[in-house]
Design a protein around this ligand. Structure first.
Ligand SMILES: Nc1ncnc2c1ncn2[C@@H]1O[C@H](COP(=O)(O)OP(=O)(O)OP(=O)(O)O)[C@@H](O)[C@H]1O
Ligand SMILES: [Mg+2]
Length: 415
């Protein structure tokens, strides 16, 4: 029996084994320590997770892909069902099935059974709703118990990242930890030192904790609505004066966790009606094509890819050839910043709130520790750095720091 740390992220998942001399993330898919938080249900077969789930969908295997499962925690959707083949499954059970596979993979890779887990959690699952936060944590606890964890406890994701970072700290310092993920942006201000690292109770060293429900998937949504959805008819007029095409289809299609809602005969009939009354039926045809072929996730993956390319190289493209020959959208860094600057500002605003909570001026922060995939967005990174201009900037393990920190915490709690 062993303890583990589990970082079930909106976009990616890691699990670390607390046994042994050092905390170590366990390979979950081949040699990969990180897997996409994705599950694919194929009728009559075992569900696939991670890269295999994404690949099955991309290859056009009939079935249902689900991503961004964590974003339904804390919402009423959790108890709702979603059609999977001929049955309907509650979202809660979808998450349980996904995490059960992750647990089984880790047990096989580590050759031990896991009975104790320290689960990561964002500072806020839901903004401004402490009850929603509590409900989300309760749901995760019940799910963890239902898949065979006898002992379940939680740690805030940025505190976990701080524990990972602290292993490289040589003298006492005050650090701002920024974990900008797929679903949430989380911050902690912590006092760190090699001596403190050995202590079990760190409550006194946590000077501030705050977060906001904005992450990479929100950037994807904005970019999709701004660059791709207009090509599918968003914002185009109906024949009746002063009326545009209804927006809800485009919002669902641009939101990872809502895409599957569109895949049904009723929606297709509605879109056909919209097409009849639209001034640009050619655009609505494209929308129809995407929904009918259940290619909404392909679209979202294209947009996410363009976001990452624009972040890394300054330029990204969304290839829509499969929707209509030669159809494409371009995204450069200026467009990325113009369309998502507001999100970046709302993330960085949290730094001011954290400093106020800690009662510290910005120049008292010695180090800014960055983790989470969305720290790769250049304007987000710049806004974080500007919030604590005198701090040394330390890049963590982008996709592994939180999981490693949760594993350190699991080892401590098990000791
Ligand atoms: N190079 C990059 N530039 C910009 N964004 C990136 C880059 N690489 C990954 N991302 C984005 O990072 C996000 C995933 O980050 P991460 O794995 O840290 O999130 P998570 O831990 O799953 O989510 P959360 O902690 O919010 O629940 C995705 O939205 C992805 O598109
Ligand atoms: Mg995360």
């Amino acid at each position: 029996m062993a303890a583990c740390g589990l970082d079930f992220g909106t976009s990616n998942t890691t699990l670390g084994l607390a046994a042994g001399p050092r905390p170590a993330l366990v390979p979950l898919e081949g040699a990969n320590l990180t897997i996409p938080s994705a599950i694919f249900f194929e009728p009559g077969r075992q569900a696939l997770v991670g890269r295999a789930a994404m690949a099955a969908y991309v290859e056009g295997t009939p079935g249902r892909l689900m991503r961004s499962l964590k974003s339904v925690l804390g919402s009423s959707l959790l108890e709702e069902t979603t059609p999977v083949g001929r049955e309907r499954i509650r979202f809660r059970d979808v998450i349980a099935r996904y995490l059960a596979v992750v647990k089984a993979r880790a047990e096989a890779a580590a050759d031990t059974s896991l009975d104790t887990v320290v689960h990561g959690r964002p500072v806020h699952f839901v903004d401004g709703d402490p009850e929603g936060d509590a409900r989300a944590e309760d749901a995760l606890r019940e799910i963890a118990r239902s898949i065979g964890f006898a002992e379940v406890s939680f740690q805030f994701e940025p505190i976990a990242a701080a524990l990972d970072y602290e292993r490289q700290v040589r003298a006492e310092e005050i650090a701002l930890i920024a974990d900008i993920g797929g679903g949430t942006s989380d911050f902690s201000i912590v006092r760190l030192s090699p001596e403190r690292h050995a202590k079990a109770d760190r409550a006194g060293d946590i000077l501030a904790n705050d977060g906001v429900r904005i992450g990479g998937t929100d950037f994807d949504r904005r970019l999709s609505l701004g660059t791709v959805m207009p090509l599918l008819g968003l914002g185009s007029p109906m024949k009746r004066p002063d009326l545009d095409v209804p927006t809800s289809y485009f919002h669902d299609l641009a939101t990872w966790s809502s895409i599957n809602r569109l895949y049904n005969a009723k929606t297709l009939r509605e879109v056909e009606e919209v097409r009849r009354d639209a001034q640009r039926p050619d655009l609505i045809d494209r929308l129809y094509t995407v929904i009918e072929a259940e290619r909404g996730h392909s679209l979202a993956m294209e947009v996410e890819g363009a976001k990452i390319a624009a972040s890394e190289t300054g330029r990204g493209g969304v290839d829509l050839d499969w929707v209509e020959p030669s159809l494409a959208a371009d995204l450069d860094r200026t467009g990325l910043v113009a369309q998502t600057g507001e999100l970046s500002r709302r993330i960085a605003e949290r730094i001011g709130r954290c400093l106020a909570q800690a009662g510290l001026a910005a120049d008292r922060i010695d180090a800014l520790f960055l983790t989470g995939g969305s720290t790769g967005l250049p304007h987000v990174r710049a806004a974080l750095v500007a919030g604590v201009p005198r701090a040394r900037v330390v890049d963590g393990d982008t996709f592994g720091s939180v999981g490693t920190g949760l594993t350190i915490e699991a080892a401590r709690r098990a000791a």
